[in-house]
Design a protein around this ligand. Structure first.
Ligand code: UDP
Ligand code: MG
Length: 313
């Protein structure tokens, strides 16, 4: 199978028929073998009925229904697990992403050999309350992740080699950082393609402004887990030791000024408290590092590595 289109959706009944027939048109025009995996993330409207009806008419349309709303990342993850196509394309259900982009994305993955191609909504049709924070968000993500060639991390329209989606895990609200997660997993041939973006035709957005707060917190966890998840002592231990010895130095200095130079009153000098504080904080950081190591050692995936190839096995 050439292509799996994974579509997470929540209350998108009006958009679905149009979206499915548009995808079908593009696929038949280009003679792709394909599947559409629509993951209903606990919709309260008739989305699931629409999916069922459409899947009766077209066997390429498959549906998975969640019992309740788990979030876009969960829907993507379940779609990724089910996907069989050589190229996996994710797309929002609200018709803001255009299925006409599929053939070019497919080519960039199969011919140009990219691991991941992210859509770039160069000209966006979203309110300014969303576009301005998004710029900041993308700049921060570029800086922290070192993926400098992406303008738009959170575009719903993305294409992947199958092995990428089978190797990564998305949960919580991590869908905003799939390129970062993919990079940490070793898939670093990442690029972008400017894509058509449209205004939302039906329904309304499912994410409010809290997306930016959650987004930055998630970015910090992803970076931390990616960099130090398997060796927490290296970060906590380093910080702890630095802090501890900084405190010791301060106390040595104070002791010397008192005993040798006869300065009276050690405990009423402000720097004394800084010395005590950094020693305590340092010890605590060190303990946090040990605890982190113990937890990491017991983690089920402590020896889980992505193997890209084997020979003579
Ligand atoms: N979505 C989902 N689960 C959620 C929230 C959203 O599956 O809990 C889907 C939604 O139906 C749409 C896609 O994720 O297909 C993107 O959502 P939306 O268009 O509301 O986000 P925006 O375009 O405003 O970033
Ligand atoms: Mg949208």
């Amino acid at each position: 199978m050439n292509i799996s289109v994974v579509i997470p959706l929540l209350n998108e009944e009006e958009s679905l028929p149009e979206l499915f027939s548009w995808i079908e048109k593009v696929m038949t025009e280009h003679q792709f073998s394909y599947e559409v995996i629509a993951v209903d993330d606990g919709s309260k409207d008739d989305s699931w009925k629409v999916i069922q009806a459409q899947s009766k008419q077209n066997p390429n349309i498959k549906g998975i229904q969640f019992q309740r709303n788990y979030g876009k990342s969960a829907a993507l993850q379940v779609g990724f697990e089910a996907a069989q196509g050589d190229v996996v394309i994710t797309m929002d259900a609200d018709l803001q992403d255009s299925p006409d982009e599929i053939p070019e994305l497919y080519k960039m993955i199969t011919v140009d050999g990219y691991h991941l191609v992210s859509g770039w909504k160069k000209k966006r049709y979203d309110p300014i309350t969303k576009t301005v924070p998004t710029k900041l968000f993308n700049a921060a993500t570029r800086y922290v992740s070192g993926i400098n060639n992406l303008h738009d991390f959170n575009c719903g329209l993305k294409a992947y080699q199958k092995k990428v989606v089978k190797s990564i895990e998305v949960y919580g609200e991590m869908h905003r950082y799939i390129p970062v997660i993919a990079k940490w997993a070793g898939f670093d041939k990442i690029t972008e393609k400017p894509v058509q973006h449209q205004e939302r035709k039906y329904g309304k957005t499912k994410f409010g402004l809290e997306r930016f707060v959650n987004g930055f917190l998630d970015l910090m966890s992803i970076t931390f887990v990616g960099r130090y998840g398997k060796r927490p002592m290296h970060i906590f231990g380093t910080l702890g030791v630095l802090s501890f010895f900084f405190g010791i130095l301060i106390l040595i200095y104070l002791t010397i000024t008192k005993t040798i130079f006869g300065v009276v009153g050690m405990t009423n000098r402000p720097i004394f408290y800084l010395g005590i504080l950094t020693i305590i904080v340092g010890a605590q950081l060190f303990v946090a590092g040990f605890l982190g190591e113990l937890i990491a050692r017991n983690g089920a995936d402590r020896n889980h590595y992505h193997i890209s190839d084997k020979t003579n096995f």
